[in-house]
Design a protein around this ligand. Structure first.
Ligand code: F0G
Length: 512
């Protein structure tokens, strides 16, 4: 870890090598097995549950954010995508590795794989706030679509590729609904690792498929959905060691370490003030899990004095967590009660949950042949692999879960675009969720809300163009209102205007 002061920290020419202070640990308190940081595992080899990164924080050097802030002013050759070994200036340039002391698994800074990810925006969105019913100054949008491959996945991929390099991986693979494959492929091409992406046939937006193809990943379109793809590649990574693939999906705990940085950047954007709410779409539930871990650790380290509440928003057609949390009442049972500001609080990172109830729900879904279906393809997932960690995040952050229908998603996507930089359908679920929670009175209009916009508006132009061209303003009012927010469909439709190539006609159209 780096212990320097001031700008010396940013421009140091020596590379800090951390003493071993990290290990992998099973989150199931009844097992809690630990594994060396250099082991490559898809799950706990003792009980099959999820693994986490567990740190010895006693050597964490800071008590405030000052040192992290200084790194933003780093000098020297900062962006050198794919260059190895990494220099401190390259790491300070990254919005993930600027916070490297908060994910200190990498042992040697030179191991870190960075392509300049995480330089994303937090937009104060006053116009949108007034539309959804929040006071001005209380709605913030975290645009993770500004990452190099166009989604939040780069935050996680940089960390997982760092671990892959530490263990000498040559082949990496993932199942994906789109964004993971694009992120995997861009890091793969820049590091020289061979990439495999498994995608469900017809279940991926073209913008994303094009990236995986362009970056040279071997792309297997499997006749099945995301869950089927993940089951296949997971089996190959776990059981067919002869193939030698390193798994990059969010069951990989290293990925989630990188995704914690999205929260660090929201705090940075708010001048280190903790918002009241973090709202995020939920698919495989990796992102929300990372956020819960981030806040738990920051609180235990004394870096923050309150933990924001969490809202996980799913699509109505893909609401497994919503059912398990709100209807079956499955909850995280921590191994120990968190004690504020003390490292013991971290003990509640391990816990138990009603595994039998979850398994029974999955069996019911299979028997009923219930399959996820939503326009927000990114979150079209039946069995979210990070479900226990999401329950943990909900526990730590006093969270809630809601689902929104596809109409509501599309309307809010258009609103985000109308008043800002735009986002893909899955991302808009967060803003739609904020509106619903406001209407329910769960969120108050004077509370400060940060919605994570997970992917770029250009991911799924088909949905956008269909929305704007598929119905006239006149028709829109007559259509059935969205069940969730009771707003007429097509509120933000902006139809292209056909005009002859004639100056008068063009000027007239411009005045209309
Ligand atoms: N938003 C976007 C844009 C996504 O691509 C995803 C997941 C999510 C939200 C859900 O995040 O899984 O952490 O709950 N996309 C995956 C993929 C599954 O393959 O790209 P999560």
């Amino acid at each position: 870890m780096t212990h320097g002061k001031g700008t010396a920290l940013a421009s140091a020419s020596t590379h800090a090598v951390s003493a071993p202070m990290a290990r992998q640990r099973c989150i199931n308190a009844a097992c809690a097995a630990t594994f060396d940081i250099r082991t490559t595992l898809v799950a706990c080899s003792k009980c099959g549950n999820l693994l986490d990164l567990d740190y010895d924080w006693s050597r964490f050097p800071y008590r405030d954010w000052h040192e992290f802030e200084l790194r933003s002013n780093t000098t020297g050759p900062r962006s050198a995508a794919g260059v190895y070994p990494s220099t401190p200036a390259m790491l300070d340039f990254s919005g993930v590795w600027r916070f490297r002391d908060l994910l200190p698994f990498y042992e040697d800074e030179r191991n870190i794989v960075t392509i300049g990810e995480g330089r994303t925006n937090l937009q104060r969105a006053d116009q949108l706030a007034s539309v959804i019913g929040l006071d001005a100054g209380n709605l913030y949008l975290q645009y993770e679509g500004f990452n190099p491959s166009g989604s939040f996945k780069d935050n996680g991929m940089t960390a997982a590729f760092t671990h892959a390099r530490m263990v000498g991986a040559k082949r990496v693979a993932c199942a994906s609904t789109g964004n993971t494959s694009a992120a995997l492929a861009v890091y793969g091409t820049l590091t020289g690792m061979r990439c495999y992406v498994f995608i469900g046939d017809g279940k991926i937006a073209y913008g994303k498929l094009s990236q995986a193809l362009e970056y040279g990943a071997t792309t297997l379109q499997i006749a099945g959905d995301f869950d089927a793809c993940l089951a296949r590649i997971r089996y190959i990574a776990e059981e067919r060691k002869d193939v030698g693939v390193y798994l990059m999906n969010s069951v990989n705990p290293f990925r989630l370490e990188g995704q914690k940085s999205i929260m660090f950047r929201i705090l940075e954007g708010l001048n280190w003030e903790v918002p009241d709410w973090i709202i995020v779409p939920g698919g495989n539930l990796g992102n929300c899990s990372a956020f819960g871990k981030a806040f738990m650790e920051l609180h235990a380290l004394g870096m923050i004095n309150k933990i924001p509440r969490l809202a996980i928003i799913q699509a109505q057609g893909s609401r497994t967590l919503d059912r398990i949390y709100n209807e079956l009442n499955v909850r995280w049972q921590p191994a120990a009660t968190a004690q504020s500001r003390s490292a013991e609080g971290l003990a509640s990172l391990r816990g138990t949950w009603d595994m039998a109830k979850v398994d029974a729900e999955y069996a019911r879904m299979d028997a009923a042949n219930e399959r996820a279906h939503t326009i927000a393809t990114a979150i079209e997932i039946n069995r979210p692999v990070n479900l226990p960690k999401a329950l943990r995040a909900l526990h730590v952050m006093n969270g809630v879960v809601r689902s929104v229908d596809d109409h509501c998603i599309v309307e809010h996507k258009a609103l985000v675009g109308r008043y800002g930089f735009g986002c893909e359908p899955a991302s808009a679920a967060s803003v739609a969720g904020a509106r619903i929670l406001l209407r329910e009175g769960v969120i108050k209009k004077h509370e400060r809300v940060a919605c994570v916009l997970t992917g770029h508006v250009l991911k799924d132009p088909d949905v956008t163009v269909a929305y704007h061209t598929g119905m006239s303003k006149k028709d829109a009012g007559k259509r059935e209102a969205s069940r969730d927010v009771h707003i007429p469909l097509g509120c933000s439709v902006n139809r292209p205007v056909r005009v002859p190539d004639d100056l008068d006609a063009i000027l007239k159209a411009m005045e209309a």
